[in-house]
Write a protein that binds this ligand. Structure first.
Ligand code: NAD
Ligand code: MLT
Length: 530
């Protein structure tokens, strides 16, 4: 039974699918302090949050069973991603569910700003009938600058067109073609500052976007412009904004998000006549909350059952087509890594993943964490390493990682070779995923084999001489160890050879020693695939 803790208010309707899963038990406990969460978290496999719960390093240190954190929303800035990744905890979000809702909130703010709706409401309900103080502006014909043209920014731009606004914008990842298609004119940020009547920000908060609108940007803005922030507090410098309002550069501002949330009750925005505010309500609609809850429910089930997760933020996303193409090789790479780690001495220095045949035209980068997991879990313990943290752990240990491709396969049509260089030696194994058969090791170094990675395998390097097979068989037989299968491979008659024995149980230390002392035997290794 997987135990899931929901620590922020998340739509019950959306969580139904999770609550109904036979192998999941859901507990809802909201409003916990950090210490209260620390005391509880050790018992849970999954944690679901919105933005209120701050998932700190201290919480993650206590989260001994935790496999996954689901964020019902977009921003994961309330989760210590680095600490989660090191611990091999998958973090995923639900980035699509609140896009339109947040875009609509941005528009609501823009219109409220243009027509002073909140201020007019307050004075009207207070008894005044003031028709002079709230002279607004039309959106029609105005220039809207959008910083960050991702999911929400693009939706805002689309709606702005319906209001007959001209949209200009900046996003490092939006192509000219796509921008043209959407009717957006891309230009540098400074030019946007000079031209726009309204500016709305839709970037994440990063070191690049922190205070991306600050004193200098305000100083070059068109007088009388208006700004909106429904993305993240800190993208617009709050102090510089107040100065720009006082100087008459900015006519009004609408903020849903703040540098510190919740802001102090004395925050100067709350008393400024030309600033309107909402308490981080961008995603707060019934529809969006159901959408994100449904999305996290589905993903948490996938994740706990070790199935692919669509929106993991601390693992590279693999497009569906590529995932299908690589599907047979994920387990194979893990198995190749596992076998290689057990047959190689020395400290791991370099891992190379090489593919050949039909795979040569495929992006094999997603296979790297699986190969590294196989190798590192042997050295660091299987509970310490998974595909989330394998790359981090390898890099932290100074391991060089390479991928190579070749059109020419030596045996099967598509094959993968993992090559491991240590401080003492270099070894490699090759595998293939055979139709109707499954994953197989097909070469150990230069020796052809056909080996299923299961149980205990004895790998014996020897000189190609008569009598050795009998000698080995006798020794194992006398020790009560049954040989299930045997394969031998050699490069040339009388040269080096390998003997691969699948045995039914672990070979005791003294039998390994006895095998190693046979004169023609150079090395004996046991590979445990259990
Ligand atoms: P997204 O990832 O789809 O889009 C963000 C875009 O910002 C990307 O296209 C990225 O290329 C761009 N970007 C990054 N750095 C940039 C820079 N320096 N200059 C210009 N563009 C840059 O994200 P989204 O789903 O559109 O969300 C946008 C923001 O809105 C996020 O900060 C998110 O957390 C926030 N959000 C807030 C609420 C709310 O309740 N107020 C709700 C949902 C999302
Ligand atoms: C988000 O990042 O999705 C938003 O901040 C919305 C939220 O969770 O309230």
């Amino acid at each position: 039974m997987y135990k899931v803790l929901v620590s922020d208010p998340i739509s019950d309707y959306g969580l139904q699918q999770l609550a109904c899963a036979a192998d999941v038990e859901v507990t809802k406990k909201t409003g916990l302090s950090e210490d209260e969460l620390i005391a509880l978290i050790g018992a849970y496999d999954a944690l679901l949050v919105r933005s209120h719960t701050k998932v700190t390093q201290r919480i993650l240190e206590a989260a001994v069973r935790l496999k996954v954190i689901g964020r019902a929303g977009v921003g994961v800035d309330n989760i210590d991603l680095h600490a989660a990744t090191i611990r091999g905890i998958v973090v995923f979000n639900a980035p699509n569910g609140n896009t339109v809702t947040t875009c609509e909130h941005t528009f609501a703010m823009m219109m409220a700003l243009a027509r002073h709706i909140p201020q007019a409401y307050s004075t009207t309900v207070a008894g005044a009938w003031d028709r002079k103080s709230f002279l607004g502006v039309e959106l029609r014909g105005k220039i809207l600058g959008v910083l960050g043209l991702g999911r929400i920014g693009i939706e805002v731009a689309k709606r702005a067109a319906a209001f007959s606004m001209t949209v200009i914008g900046y996003d490092p990842f939006l192509t000219e073609e796509k921008a043209d298609e959407l009717g957006i004119k891309l230009m540098p940020i400074d030019e946007i500052m000079r031209k726009a009547d309204f500016i709305t920000v839709h970037t994440p908060l990063t070191s690049d976007t922190h205070h991306m609108i600050a004193k200098r940007q305000f100083s070059i803005m068109k007088r009388g412009m208006r700004v909106i922030n429904c993305a993240r507090g800190g993208i617009i410098d709050e102090v510089a904004l107040l100065e720009a309002l006082d100087e008459g550069i900015v006519a009004g501002a609408a903020f849903d998000v703040f540098e510190k949330e919740p802001p102090e009750p004395s925050h100067p925005f709350f008393t400024h006549p030309n600033i309107i505010v909402t308490p981080h309500l961008g995603a707060s609609t019934i529809e969006a909350q159901e959408n994100v809850a449904v999305a996290v429910s589905k993903q948490v089930i996938h994740c706990l059952r070790n199935e692919p997760v669509q929106h993991a933020v601390n693992m590279p996303a693999i497009p569906a087509g590529l995932r299908n193409r690589l599907q047979p090789y994920f387990t194979l790479c893990d198995q190749l890594g596992k076998s290689l780690a057990q047959m190689t001495d020395g400290t791991v220095r370099e891992v190379s993943i090489e593919c050949a045949g039909g795979l040569a035209d495929t992006d094999i980068a997603p296979l790297v964490p699986y190969a590294l997991k196989g190798i590192l879990s042997h050295h660091l313990g299987p509970e310490q390493v998974n595909v989330v943290n394998a790359l981090y752990m390898a890099k932290e240990r100074g391991v060089q990682i390479k991928t190579r491709k070749s059109l020419i396969a030596q045996g099967m049509a598509d094959e993968i070779t993992i090559r491991l260089k240590t401080t003492m030696e270099e070894r490699w194994v090759t595998g293939a995923a055979l139709a109707g058969v499954g994953e197989r090791l097909i070469r150990i170094g230069p020796y052809p084999v056909e080996l299923k990675a299961e149980g205990y395998i004895l790998l014996i390097s020897q000189l190609d001489q008569p009598g050795i097979i009998g000698h080995v068989g006798m020794l194992l037989g006398e020790s009560g160890i049954n040989i299930a299968t045997m394969q031998v491979g050699r490069t040339e008659i009388g040269g080096s050879a390998v003997m691969i024995l699948k045995v039914d149980k672990k070979v005791p230390e003294q039998v390994m020693k006895a095998l190693s002392s046979i004169p023609a035997i150079k090395r004996v290794r046991e590979i445990n695939f259990n």
